[in-house]
Design a protein around this ligand. Sequence first.
Ligand SMILES: NC(=O)c1ccc[n+]([C@@H]2O[C@H](COP(=O)([O-])OP(=O)(O)OC[C@H]3O[C@@H](n4cnc5c(N)ncnc54)[C@H](OP(=O)(O)O)[C@@H]3O)[C@@H](O)[C@H]2O)c1
Length: 346
Amino acid sequence: MSVEDLLSSLSGNRVVYYALYGALLFGVLKLTILGLSFGSMIFGLFILPPVNFKKYGAKQGKWAVVTGASDGIGKEYAFQLAKKGLNIVLVSRTQSKLELIATEIESKYKVQTKIVAFDASTDDDANYISLRNVVSELPITVLVNNVGQSHSIPVPFLETDEKELNDIITINNTATLKITQVVAPLIVSTIKKEKKKVRGLILTMGSFGGLLPTPYLATYSGSKAFLQAWSNALAGELKPQGVDVELVISYLVTSAMSKIRRTSATIPNPKQFVAATLRGVGRRNGAQERFATNTPYWSHAIMHFAIANTVGVYSKVANSLNFSMHQAIRKRALKKAERLAAEKKD
Ligand SMILES: NC(=O)c1ccc[n+]([C@@H]2O[C@H](COP(=O)([O-])OP(=O)(O)OC[C@H]3O[C@@H](n4cnc5c(N)ncnc54)[C@H](OP(=O)(O)O)[C@@H]3O)[C@@H](O)[C@H]2O)c1
């Protein structure tokens, strides 16, 4: 029986008729949702005006706390939030780097700064006490949970050095949670005192490493996926209290951590990345399918949208492509280490 014969023999069947009709409606609905979320991404990325940080207390004597503020993306958050008119508490490991940055911010943007230096990998109570001592009396409205560590090079999980594993989880997860427990209550009380005339904001740095399960970066990948769920849960809790909580997802950015120096269409520098993030706070951009999540840089957003709407982030295809990519990066990194060791010997 040909397909035409089959269709004509079924055309009088009411069950088949309604099944086909239902499938058509389902297809149209799916396409409409896809079209609307693509439109919403383009609108958020390229058309809507930048978010006005007055709603988060800019130019009203309010404070932002930025962790990992002495380098890379965190340093850029500190500079760009200061430029918007927020006083800045800079938190990081190296006191001398923080002092230089604080002086530069104060002279450039005429805002106040404070610094807190501790090694977040130690999970020492003294770290959080020293932070509390500095911030407890400040009208804080913004927290940027930026501090993070990845693997020094892609590595099989079973060969991951125990210190590296502990440091990644302690810095990315434990310290982020404990810092938030110190700072978020202060944000809530600032918003209460202001009778909700300003809002609070908590940004946490996620990663494509957490968006996509990433072989050879398994611990880092898991730590960032943890932040996705934690940040989204916190977003639900703090929304009624006037605090916007958002996970910020990024693909590669030039920095000491990524060990990439040259920018490209898919790899911005920290300045470009942070400008895109602050411009579009509260929008989902590439993270259309996720609550309280933003993939803000335009090319990262398109990559996120394309993966989520084709193979899916948890698919076998995405996993094996990611595996091949990180195997290749590990191979190159090992070769480079060998070359450097040989040069040292000569
Ligand atoms: N760069 C990327 O491609 C990329 C992509 C996706 C997500 N991210 C995320 O973005 C965030 C920032 O990354 P980045 O590339 O800007 O990193 P980075 O350039 O290496 O800077 C890291 C910052 O964190 C501080 N820090 C590191 N270890 C610390 C510790 N044990 N205790 C206290 N402070 C510590 C560093 O302080 P010192 O200056 O004292 O070392 C520095 O200020 C991370 O959460 C990362 O996972 C980055």
